[in-house]
Design a protein around this ligand. Sequence first.
Ligand code: ADP
Ligand code: TRP
Length: 321
Amino acid sequence: MRVLSGIQPSGKLHIGNYFGAMRQHLQLQAEHNCFFFIADYHALTSNPAPDEVAGHTLGVAMDYIALGLDTEKTVFWRQSDVPEVTELTWLLSCVTPMGLLQRCTSYKDKVAQGISPNHGLFAYPVLQAADILIFDSELVPVGADQKQHIEVTRDIAARFNNNYGEVFTMPKDHIIESVAVVPGVDGRKMSKSYGNTIGIFEPETSVKKKIMKIVTDSVPVEEPKDPDKCNVFALLKLVASPDELGEWDSKYRSGGMGYGQAKKRLAELVLDYFRPYRQKRDELEGNIDYVREVLAGGAERARAVAGKTLERARQAVGLRR
Ligand code: ADP
Ligand code: TRP
């Protein structure tokens, strides 16, 4: 099956991104024909500094490769290296009702937060629809926050096909639900925009420090604690073996355990989990040319597919005849 997903280069990737999205992307490679890309056009909607766009794009590329992206099998590229997608965005825009975009909650949320929206932010879901449709994607693995964007994609594809004939494959979403929302060190959802993240590849001492500062309640050491209400336990669930997790569960419930003890073990487990990939990540840092080559090779393979779909769409609407 053709599987496609994108991730914005809007900051350094954190363990919430990994357990919430990247791990599943990487697992899908074994069985499917995967297309993964770095959504740098989308990142521009928040007007980041130019050096940040470039730096984070390479950072995300290195993270994915270090964590096991199969550069032979999987097509991996930078969105802006396949400009066909922006032309398709225009063709799709012309069948997209304003109301469809006005109803998008991610747009409404940003406006409610006081962000003065630009046209790019409003049109964001149309660019995302173009990303998906131009590669004849069948399955789009995304977090629950992106479900509406996939529905918008299906709606746009149906309108286009209805007007012009069967040009696009109808994609299915695949909501990644294997883990709940990963909490950040302050207990809110871990997110680049809250400054509460634990980076996948940040220095080990910094990971330890952050974990030791995770917010917990003030139940005294000797008293029983509820693991289901604890941010430290929520993170332990991601990295501890089932047996060990069971032991922590009993320690919490029986009392006599301080949170510091659980945090110390959590730090060890998080560092152990990502340690095998750190060396590869460091090697890539010293070999940026190789990373650029991977992205260029991916872009070439992606363009070959995108060009064909775009031509179909151009013909369908009456251009280039
Ligand atoms: P951020 O909130 O840090 O900016 P993004 O919105 O760029 O993260 O998310 C990229 C991917 O990572 C999405 O698929 C999203 O669902 C997933 N993700 C981000 N934060 C978390 C989290 N705290 N828990 C689980 N998944 C997450
Ligand atoms: N909007 C997605 C996010 O913020 C990123 C994205 C862009 C994407 N284009 C896509 C995801 C196409 C899946 C398919 O997470």
